[in-house]
Design a protein. Sequence first.
Length: 402
Amino acid sequence: MYDLAALGAWAEFAVRWLHVITAIAWIGSSFYFIALDLGLHRDRNLSSGADGEEWQVHGGGFYHIQKYLVAPAGMPDGLIWHKWQSYWTWMSGFVLLVLVYYLGAEFYLVDPNVMDLAPWQAVGISLASLAFGWLAYTQLCNLFVNANQTTLMVALFAVLVAMAWFYTQVFTGRAALLHLGAFTATIMSGNVFFIIIPNQKIVVSDLMEGRTPDAKYGKIAKQRSTHNNYLTLPVIFLMLSNHYPLSFASEYNWIIASLVFLMGVTIRHWFNTHHSRQGNPHWTWAVTALIFIAIVWLSVAPSPNQEAQRVARFAQAEGFEEVHEIVLGRCSMCHAAEPVWSGLLWAPKGVALETEADLTRNARAVYLQSGISHAMPPANLSYMEDAERAAIVAWYKAAIDG
């Protein structure tokens, strides 16, 4: 008899594998065609009537590529459509969302400490938010149709920041960041399904019926492809984030998610500028590094409220008074504002362990250095006993579990 749990796990694995495979295909083709379009030589009077051309070498041969605007004179044979990569990436991702987050809502989607939702309510919010993403983005594109594209991207960024905050107010941190990725991926796949491919079909239909295609359809399709290009890297980060608690378990997770979109812009700006032969703006890597450093800092930075709660938790945990006495007797002769141990002029690494506040602030270090290891006191110069180390471990675990 088959183990249903094992079958479920393998089904999830299979869908995840499909999702990764199709995503690689979609992202790869997207990056390739954007780079190709930016790198075309458009300063040549081509006899074919093409807008631009480029020579490339790969796999032991040479490729001569030409792009036509709006279209060639006649309908070519064997036309290849790049669309199924996008469709299957979104469909497999949605199935994965159902298998992991909808069917496992009580574990992965709902956190009663954030918002006490019934599973069906959380699933409903999830579905509604994905639909809202496409509708809001479409409205922005219509509103800023004649504006500078930077203005449109700033407006979209504002929506993404608002959604990052919203998701962290209703779901678990893990689900919040993943949903922001799904929200963005829905916009990207919607661009392909609702705009890019239908516009291309209009052009193909015109060619087949002998009409001259309108250039606006190709222009709109290219605009949406460019948007997808800049959104791709943040989506990858957000989809991987569920494996890294530092990215989603911080109180500042919505700010972290927002900054990830800025990193996506700075990284793609370098590549797109390079591919268009307009230089190598290396400053973008410095900006990316600074943003990433800010993300790392935010991932471990406690809020004032968190700090107060943490101090209270350790101070109120069972065994605190006993551990404080142990630390005073075994550690504070060195770890003090004015150490009394011969030869020490200041506390090692600046860590003082004289007051109750000192102990709660450095609880983890005391647990690691003197509880589960014998690193401190060095060479056990103050003769800390095993029972005292056990008391430190018990106190720390009581605080964490409580």
